[in-house]
Write a protein that binds this ligand. Structure first.
Ligand code: ZN
Length: 92
């Protein structure tokens, strides 16, 4: 479940909220009922990764082709180390 970070525009109260993607965003500060602003932080990254895993499972022809090209370029460019090992392990 993604974590959303909120910042109150009125009192500056900052907190994290666990919500489903389909949930309505919070609008009122739990402390002063002031207007909340949703911050884009780690939560957005989690959503993006989730979508990526789904695409991996789907395994379309274009994806396989792209994956092949990526592996090729990775072996050619050693030491660049842009992709962490954990990402490679997730490609199941
Ligand atoms: Zn507040």
């Amino acid at each position: 479940m993604p974590t959303y970070e909120y910042l109150c525009q009125s009192c500056g109260f900052k907190f994290d909220a666990f919500q489903r993607m389909t949930d309505e965003p919070l609008e009122k500060c739990p402390q002063c009922k002031g207007e909340l602003k949703r911050l884009i932080s780690g939560g957005g990254g989690l959503i993006f990764k989730g979508a990526g895993f789904y695409a991996t499972d789907y395994r379309s022809e274009s994806y396989k082709k792209k994956e092949k090209e990526e592996k090729k370029s990775h072996s050619e460019v050693k030491g660049k180390d842009a992709v962490p090992k954990s990402k490679a392990e997730s490609h199941k």
